[in-house]
Ligand binder design. Structure first.
Ligand code: IPM
Ligand code: MG
Length: 361
């Protein structure tokens, strides 16, 4: 029996809906395996702006620091789109990643055999399935570099964002990627733009140095434009992809879609210790919020990652993943992954079926 405290930040848009189903899964696992999971809710994003005037209240950060893991829904919405950059809901998300020192973002893109039809790629490209782990650097690069606006004279105004990486930052994310590869198919693809960017040239140097400590792992380097193309041309060539914050943001959306839907992809953000933040990679999808349409699977699979990475509960993690697979195999689909002949259901029903599967196992 384990005792764990979980900070829950539902956020905005479909966030509360998908988090609601994830909480139900946590409670089902709790009962089945006799653990003590204590949930403590906090405000982050637009709802925090409305209630407290800031996207990341100090109390939320303190709450997360005092817990063993954080479950996050999604943040953002049109209502807050015109606020200045540092006051937007997204600033709260970046603030919590940095504030908790979560420099590594793991985004596994796996295609379930039941969902092969939902992939926009041809069956001969998807063939034996896709299983890619995107390791995205999460607290550096352009997201956190110096930015600003200056007067550009005759040319009007100018704005800039700086891509800056230290050897320390590149080394720690690279090591984590190689460690992940050692437990998988022992292949790392480092994605950069070293033909143009100095920050990428340093990135590549550091990756090459770290690779010497992992002689069993096959390493290749790929420019980001080529990587974007290779992901749809032959996704099976990838095992672990390690890349910067910006490139990882873009490529993980692409990787998610080739598996059928962005509504399927979970993520884990990790740092030095076991404290991690778990969230679906999709956003707050305001257009479908409150309509029982959102796919809760990405958030539920994020709970599976939480069990494994923050709590060391491998069995519980596998049970959740298996339950999702069983429900998909039985033909149930939310609208985003539906194809002809599938049983289309809503958020709540999907959550309920997964819960039932967990109970049965
Ligand atoms: C993601 C999201 C965020 C990011 C946004 C909401 C700030 O797109 O987690 O991928 O860019 O990191
Ligand atoms: Mg993104």
């Amino acid at each position: 029996m384990g005792r764990f405290n979980i900070a829950v930040l539902p956020g905005d848009g479909i966030g509360p809906e998908v988090v609601g189903e994830a909480i139900a899964v946590i409670n089902t696992v709790k009962k089945k395996f006799n653990h003590e999971f204590e949930l403590k809710e906090g405000a982050l994003g637009g709802c925090a702006i409305d209630a407290y005037g800031e996207p990341l209240p100090q109390a939320t950060l303190e709450l997360c620091k005092s817990c063993d893991a954080v479950l996050l829904g999604a943040v953002g919405g049109v209502k807050w789109d015109t606020l200045p950059g540092d006051k937007r809901p997204e600033a709260g998300l970046l603030g919590i990643r940095a504030g908790l020192g979560l420099y590594a973002n793991l985004r596994p893109a796996v295609i379930y055999s039941a969902l092969k039809d939902a992939s926009p790629l041809r069956p001969d490209i998807v063939k034996d399935g896709i299983d890619i782990m995107v390791v995205r650097e999460l607290t550096g690069g352009m997201y956190f570099g110096e930015k600003g606006r200056v007067d550009a004279g005759d040319m009007g105004q100018a704005a800039y964002d700086t891509e800056k990486y230290s050897t320390f930052e590149v080394e720690r994310i690279t090591r984590l990627a190689f460690e992940a590869a050692m437990k998988r198919n022992k292949k790392v693809t480092s994605v950069d733009k070293a033909n143009v960017l100095e920050s990428s040239r340093l990135w590549r140097e550091v990756v090459l140095k770290v690779a010497k400590d992992y002689p069993e792992v096959e390493l290749n380097h790929m420019y980001v434009d080529n990587a974007a193309m290779q992901l749809v041309r032959n996704p099976m060539q990838f095992d672990v992809i390690v890349t910067s914050n910006m490139f990882g943001d873009i490529l993980s959306d692409e990787a998610s879609m080739i598996t059928g839907s962005i509504g399927m992809l979970p993520s884990a953000s990790l740092g030095q210790g076991t404290l991690g933040l778990y969230e679906p990679i999709h956003g707050s999808a305001p257009d479908i919020a409150g309509q029982d349409k959102a796919n809760p699977i990405a958030t539920i699979l994020s709970i599976a990652m939480m069990m494994k990475y923050s709590f060391g509960l491998e069995k519980e993690s596998e049970v959740i993943e298996k339950a999702v697979e069983n429900v998909l195999n039985a033909g149930y689909r939310t609208a985003d992954i539906a194809s002809s002949g599938s049983k289309v259901i809503g958020t709540k029903e999907m959550g309920r079926l997964i819960k039932e599967e967990i109970e049965k196992m």
